[in-house]
Design a protein around this ligand. Sequence first.
Ligand code: C6P
Length: 424
Amino acid sequence: MNTFWNEDTMTAPSATDTTGFDVEKVRADFPALHQEVYGKPLVYLDSAASTQKPQIVIDTLAEFYGRYYSNVHRGVHHLSQVATELYEDARRTVRSFLNARHEEEIVFVRGTTEAINLVAQTFGRAEIGPGDEVIVSEMEHHANIVPWQMICQEKGARLRVIPMDEHGDLQLEHFEEMITPCTKIIAVTHVSNALGTVNPVREIIRIAHAHGVPVLVDGAQSAQHLPIDVQELDCDFFTLSGHKIYGPTGIGVLYGRKELLQRMPPYQGGGDMILSVTFEKTVYNEIPYKFEAGTPNIAGAIGLAAALKYYRGFDIDAIVAYEKHLLKYATERLEEIDALRIIGTAREKASAVSFTLCAVHPHDIGTILDQHGIAVRAGHHCAQPVMQKFGIPATARASFSFYNTRQDVDRLVDGINQVLEVFT
Ligand code: C6P
């Protein structure tokens, strides 16, 4: 039936070891990388904002819309059954990717933002009361601050913050003392989007669980750079955004421990999340459908599964090693530039380097680099408390994927030197 589900037709693994990593083979799978911007070959260093898409994902979406499209869980007709099977197969692919114990633990959402809002609005609304506490860290993305702030304000609860040091490492010496009988949940990012810090989430979870407190891990920046095993991590919730892991926009995943998801009230009301409705009473559906009201992003889920299968087709350890090598090379080359200050020098980092340049606003850095065909992100990266901590309004951020090369780094360094020429 659908050729794109046949793993044999997927791109063959091309990564073997750090030095032998066949990045050109990877690049060949990503059509958007092979274009010019302002007459210069594109150097795409904004994968933390969103990754480019491999051809298999583009083809899968086209094939689904062109041949198998229909609504799910509704029709007895053939196409609806095919679409339902593909959608549920996508859930199985995500389960296996995250190594969750059960399929029902995988809830499709729009992305990490919606996943965290779902937990705050359901788990939070049910479990958090006046005087209770929620712990986040100082390096969170707004998506892992604001939903908690909202529920804390509503409930008269308190948001507490694990501090970080001047390198961008969490200061965990006093973390355990922060946990009290009032602590209802701890929500931390696995990898910081603004600094690149990799947090010791396994250790945070171990300590939290010793006090009976559940932990949500924001995996928006980790699932595409580190091997993820939710059972091994022992987290209670894990979130990811499809568009950051080579999949489509508008689709993401909330993993939740079965017992917790079962206990939580629904998020939105509507079709598909019910077993029966009368004007007097609604009986809610089982998990995960209880949390998937309305027609879901069917194509998005199927495209995400194609992306995960594509990514899983590689040796993940080889990707991790290659990306580490690239980050190290980028860090070393950027350190050669006297006027440049790297923001975020944590012990363990993944995928991103944030920096400022003496007397040049990050937006100017981004604009001039763009004129040289180099795409970076400039701004506060939706992490304003991080900027406040470092006493800066914004940074320029170069973020890497396994399709980037050392030549991309060299072009970045040349581009930054040209920025400096303009301003000196
Ligand atoms: N960070 C960046 O350029 P959404 O937008 O829902 O897919 O993901 C939100 C989000 C949550 N947590 C972290 C750690 C993130 O990095 C992001 C998205 C993008 O850094 C866009 S602001």
